[in-house]
Design a protein around this ligand. Structure first.
Ligand code: COA
Length: 183
């Protein structure tokens, strides 16, 4: 890989805000390297949010939409593979499933991704904080999960691995990956 001279978003988090997708936000400047991820945000996410399937958040720098992630509730099977990958988590034998917060879609704007690295870790940190400070009052969530879309970006599983996710199975024929909420 060529040297990565991009700025690290993890070192300048305060320059960015996270807001929930709403009708009054102009998405026309957002453009992802893969057009289907642009269309998902502009066409599908508003409808899926409205009918209560997903909840979509935008990462913004001022007025600019830099990235988005769309989430829903999920679960993961606690099998021998998961136990071997997360030996520090001492699951009792009768525990067969754990709750996840599932990242349904995540993507960065092309120009933003050329300027900044580590948007996956930024989103993961945001979701961990959301789970710990808000959701855990009502619901136990053990992992953040996602299906790594290797059909679109053949390197994306590696990127998620570097960002703290591990592959525990397959989902829709894609690597199903999880990262613990409590590390
Ligand atoms: C996928 C995406 C969100 C990743 O953004 P990101 O978090 O900024 O990813 P980075 O470029 O910082 O890469 C993360 C890590 O993987 C490493 N990496 C990048 N390409 C790699 C490769 N080909 N092989 C191995 N490691 C690689 C980076 O060096 C970095 O490692 P580091 O933590 O040691 O610095 C962004 O590229 C994007 O929006 N892509 C288009 C949409 C998409 O594919 N979404 C995901 C669908 S599941």
């Amino acid at each position: 890989m060529p040297p990565d001279n991009r700025k690290d978003i993890l070192l300048c988090k305060k320059d960015f805000s996270v807001v929930q997708l709403s009708k009054d936000i102009n998405l026309s400047t957002f453009s992802c390297e893969y057009p289907e991820y642009t269309t998902f945000l502009t066409d599908n996410a508003p409808k899926l949010d409205e009918i209560g399937i997903t909840t979509t958040y935008l990462v913004k720098k001022g007025e600019k939409t830099c990235a988005y992630f769309s989430i829903l509730a999920g679960s993961v099977e606690i099998n021998s593979k998961l136990k071997s990958l997360f030996p520090e988590k001492d699951f009792p034998p009768y525990a067969d499933k754990a709750g996840t917060l599932h990242i349904h879609h995540l993507a960065g704007d092309k120009d933003f991704c050329c300027e900044y690295k580590h948007i996956i870790s930024f989103c993961k940190d945001y979701l961990r904080a959301m789970i710990i400070t808000r959701l855990m009052k009502f619901l136990n969530i053990t992992f953040i999960s996602l299906d790594a879309d290797i059909n679109t970006d053949e390197n994306v599983e590696e990127k998620y691995k570097k960002s703290g996710f591990k592959t525990v199975g397959t989902s829709f024929e894609l690597p199903f990956m999880i990262a613990p909420v409590f590390e």
